[in-house]
Ligand binder design. Structure first.
Ligand code: ASP
Length: 469
């Protein structure tokens, strides 16, 4: 290894530094600053808000750059993956197992969330004054969420809606389930063409897919600055008073997520995939940091895919099939949080949820987490449906809105871990040889992992003279 390479700071360290800078600045000079005066030009409200306005574009630029890759990456990689799979029984088998795994872990997440919320009873710990403060402060945003939820399509509409009437519209609107359906069918259709006719299309899509991967690495070069700006905004705008009032609820959600992570994913990875769970989490550090900072499993998808392929050696066929479905429908973190939130809000309203109510929470939150898009705050909107099902006032979402963005970071990280766990499990069940890339291997080999992928610089492209004449 050259000296320069061994001295280079790894990407995840740079991202961690970016996160730390964002958090510290958010606490010190954000709108809810601990040190700025309460009034005047240099108050948190004026100066802190201005700082957020000035720096917001950095985070947005990073976010848009990785989001830009999601649709073409999913589309190209899925068509290539399915077309090169050849065996549709295998596709059906992996699909069935994947959905079974998603469903099983979602129900497990809900059981953990509901059990914890019932045991701790965080709603009983909120005083009358805090309750009034929360309801009045977040009333307006709560109404927005309730209105968005009312516009959400029903489950059967969503099912039929999976087939696009116009695939180009699906691609242009980024409708992930429709894109997945079209890509799957197009991949299958290609295999029915004679090999010499299908191959050029598959090759072209494959090359375009490779180019998308390079775009992911380019976007990731901006990640340290992007996450700093994103976290500065989140931390700066989350007030301490809200955190204090909702401390018990926040802790129950985070503890539930940790239990789900270690107990459910930990045992699957350790005993079924047969990889060290800690090393597995280490291999996912880039997507986990991006998921935490962006609160969007969809936006994180290109990074998750790259980490599973590069750092754990899952085949691209497997990642291109399981991960996009996971990022769209599998949200264990969201389901768990919805279970806790439903019990918490009911407790604050003095309502006792019966066992039947809680079973309804399991059912509706499973559907709600499937229906939630992988974008920030989506789980909060579908939570309204869960509350309505069990007759808890939907306005109750105002009670938890203040810490929602913060908790979204944790639940999105769990969602992304769940998708990656499923992908690795499916790969292991299909006999793939998984192996975690060590830091030194990553540093030494510019063609694998996250380090040095852009180091080779651009290659000049020679066009044949006379081409196109
Ligand atoms: N932000 C979550 C995700 O992207 C969804 C949610 O729970 O709001 O996975």
């Amino acid at each position: 290894m050259s000296d320069a390479k061994s001295r280079k700071m790894p990407l995840h360290t740079k991202i961690l530094i970016g996160m730390a800078v964002g958090i510290v600045l958010g606490l010190l000079v954000g709108p809810n600053s601990m040190i700025l005066p309460e009034e005047g030009t240099f108050s948190g409200e004026v100066f802190g808000q201005r700082l957020i306005d000035w720096t917001d574009w950095i985070g947005q630029l990073f976010l848009r750059l990785i989001k830009m890759v999601v649709v073409p990456l999913v589309f190209f990689s899925l068509v290539v993956g399915v077309a090169s799979l050849g065996d549709f029984r295998k596709l059906g088998r992996i699909g069935g197992r994947t959905l079974g795994f998603f469903l099983g872990t979602t129900v497990a997440a809900l059981v953990i969330g509901l059990t914890l919320a019932n045991l701790v009873g965080p709603g009983k710990l909120v005083g009358e004054e805090d309750r009034a403060f929360l309801l009045s402060s977040y009333e307006e945003s709560a109404t927005d969420k309730i209105n968005s939820a009312a516009a959400a399509p029903s489950f059967s509409e969503q099912l039929v809606g999976m087939v696009p009437t116009n695939p180009l519209t699906a691609l242009s609107q980024g409708n992930m389930l429709q894109i997945i359906t079209f890509a799957l069918l197009l991949g299958i259709a290609l295999t029915f063409l004679p090999g010499d006719r299908a191959q050029p299309v598959v090759d072209l899509f494959d090359r375009l897919n490779d180019a998308m991967v390079i775009l992911v690495h380019m976007a990731m070069a901006l990640a340290p600055y992007g996450v700093a700006a994103l976290l500065f905004k989140v931390v700066g705008t989350t007030g301490f008073s809200v955190l204090l009032a909702l401390g018990a609820y926040t802790l129950v959600v985070v503890a539930g997520l940790l239990i789900h992570l270690t107990l459910v994913y930990g045992s699957v990875v350790q005993f079924a995939v047969k990889l060290s769970f800690l090393k597995f989490l280490g291999a996912l550090r880039e997507p986990l940091l991006v998921a935490f900072s962006t609160s969007s499993s969809s936006a994180t998808l290109p990074v998750t895919k790259e980490a599973c392929e590069q750092n754990i050696r899952v085949s691209p066929q497997m990642t291109s099939f399981v991960l996009p479905i996971g990022a769209t429908v599998n949200m264990d973190g969201t389901a768990l949080y919805q279970g806790v939130a439903a019990v918490f809000i009911a407790q604050i309203y003095g309502m006792q949820l019966s066992l039947t109510d809680q079973l309804q929470v399991v059912l509706s939150a499973t559907l709600a987490s499937i229906g939630a898009a992988g974008v920030p705050g989506a789980g909060m909107i579908t939570l309204v449906l869960v509350l309505t099902t069990i007759g808890v006032p939907a306005e109750g979402v105002a009670l938890i809105l203040g810490v929602d963005r913060l908790l979204d970071m944790f639940r999105t990280s769990v969602n992304v871990t769940g998708d990656s766990t499923a992908t690795c499990l499916m790969a292991a069940l299909e006999g793939e040889d998984l192996k975690i890339l060590s830091d030194s291997e990553d540093m030494a080999d510019p063609d694998h992992g996250f380090e040095g992928r852009l180091e080779g610089g651009p290659h000049p492209i020679s066009t044949e003279p006379g081409l196109g004449d």
